[in-house]
Write a protein that binds this ligand. Structure first.
Ligand SMILES: [Zn+2]
Length: 182
């Protein structure tokens, strides 16, 4: 991970405090630094910040599939690493069908299409938080790659690679080979 990447991950996490569960696992000296300063006081490359970085990565990659993690970790450490183990089988987003949701109906925002999950699965039902019906959301996702064109800037370019598509197996394989072709 580059210095810039480390810096931005650390600054993103810097706002945490003892109300966040991640905070408790950090060493005391780092907890103190976070509470008393606006950002890292020594070089961001220092291993001092590794525990905080680990928490940032865990948060970012929750629900992300092992293929993606293997590729990502290999790139960070500079050698081939295969991430194995039980993957969480998340709920499929009702709009894009990627498995991005830890719960349904919690108004979580899907990182693939930016649909806000109000728990509804009916196509014609108007969704207040999304300002459109689910049918319109799906149509927009196909057309723009997000529920609205302006949401695109919040979506990571490789978001689709990170999560499994709703139907296991067949569809996921098709989606992966299409990604590789392009
Ligand atoms: Zn979605």
């Amino acid at each position: 991970m580059s210095k810039e990447e480390r810096k931005s991950e650390l600054l993103n996490m810097w706002g945490i405090d003892d109300e966040n569960p991640e905070f408790a696992v950090l060493p005391d000296s780092l907890q103190e630094e976070i509470l008393q300063t606006d950002g890292p006081v020594v070089d961001v490359m220092s291993p001092r910040y590794d525990p905080l970085l680990m928490e940032a990565l865990k948060k970012e990659y929750v629900g992300v599939n092992n293929d993606y993690l293997s590729e990502r970790v290999s790139r960070i450490v500079g050698e081939e690493v295969v991430v194995e183990g039980q993957e969480d089988k998340f709920f499929a987003c009702p709009c894009c069908m990627y498995r991005t949701l830890t719960e349904r109906g919690q108004y979580d925002i899907c990182p693939v299409c930016f649909w806000e999950d109000d728990g509804n699965d009916k196509l014609g039902h108007y969704s207040g938080p999304n300002h459109m019906t689910l049918a319109e959301g799906r149509d927009h996702f196909v057309r723009y790659g997000a529920v609205t064109p302006s949401a695109l800037k919040y979506i990571k370019p490789d978001a689709k690679k990170r999560y499994y598509f709703g139907w296991w197996g067949l569809v996921r394989c098709t989606a992966t080979s299409k990604d590789q072709d392009s």
